[in-house]
Write a protein that binds this ligand. Structure first.
Ligand SMILES: O=C(O)CCC(=O)C(=O)O
Ligand SMILES: [Fe+2]
Length: 280
């Protein structure tokens, strides 16, 4: 079996593609298409774009990363007003599955408030500023303002305590509803450094560095959160949540993830994205 070698020519080609504005995911896809083995291709991307792709320094950024206190690996973590279960933790990439983050009543309360405001979900546009309806996401969704009511404030301050990350570094909670057949195709949550709209987005709080997806109900079948790079499926169970973090906006973080199609029933999630600095 031949061993593929990362040559200076390959690195120069990657740098050229990046300068031309191609997103790192697309450069990776082109490399795989021309026969590069994925681990070698990712390594070459990380070596070439690692620095350029690193999160830019942001005023008032909190050093370090959001991270629960698992030093003793106790079965529960104190999240201030609630003892949250730790069901699973992966070190690389950092993925932690929590149990009972929200009570049944809290889940129902968030769904009830969100239902009134649902509209076709939007994701960050891929061509210009603003946002557009994205075919990769077939759910409906809405955003809460941060701390917009007593329930949302309670949930947000619990998350801040659990992940040891300031409440004001979080975006407003987003709620998504997936009906049967709806899905969210695999994507990264960080803002693509190669995208034209990213510099503007980063002015408010810098990059995203972590994601917490909270399951507000339990679908009958389907709807797991999938991490294709690491072969992980997280079952959507009411009140549970999956947390993952990424210290740079790069595929080498292995944080590609998506919501697999719901087969039966509905799936409701609330997502909290965490920024490097204060998000206003
Ligand atoms: O629905 C899921 O399981 C994933 C949601 C997600 O990736 C997101 O909200 O960014
Ligand atoms: Fe996501």
């Amino acid at each position: 079996m031949s061993q593929q070698v990362i040559t200076p020519e390959l690195c120069e080609w990657i740098a050229e593609q990046s300068r031309a504005g191609h997103a790192s995911e697309n450069i990776l896809a082109a490399m795989l298409g021309s026969g590069w083995d994925e681990p070698v291709a990712r390594d070459a991307l990380a070596r070439t774009l690692g620095q350029a792709g690193a999160a830019a320094p942001v005023d008032g950024a909190t050093p370090g990363m959001p991270e629960p206190d698992l030093t003793r690996f106790a079965p529960v973590v104190d999240a201030g007003d609630r003892a949250v279960k730790v069901l699973m933790a992966l070190r690389q990439p950092r993925v932690v599955v929590f149990g009972d983050l929200l009570s049944e009543a809290e889940c129902d309360g968030v769904i009830e408030l969100a239902t009134k405001r649902l509209a076709r979900s939007e994701t960050v546009a891929t061509a210009s500023d603003g946002s557009e309806v994205n075919a990769a996401r077939t759910s409906d969704g809405m955003f809460f303002e941060r701390c917009e009511n007593e329930l949302i404030r309670r949930v947000e301050s619990r998350i801040a305590t659990l992940l040891r990350w300031p409440l004001d570094h979080g975006e407003g909670l987003q709620v998504l509803r997936y009906r049967p057949g709806a899905e969210y195709q695999p994507h990264y949550d960080y803002f693509d450094p190669g995208h034209v709209s990213t510099p503007n987005i980063l002015k408010r709080g810098g990059q995203r560095v972590g994601t917490l997806v909270i399951y507000l109900n339990t679908p009958v079948a389907g709807g797991s959160t999938v991490f294709p790079d690491i072969g992980l499926d997280v079952a959507p169970v009411k009140g549970n949540a999956v947390f993952f973090s990424y210290d740079r906006p790069h595929p080498s973080t292995q944080t590609l993830h998506g919501g697999s199609p719901v087969i039966e029933g509905e799936k409701w999630v609330a997502t909290k994205w965490l920024r490097q600095g204060v998000f206003n």
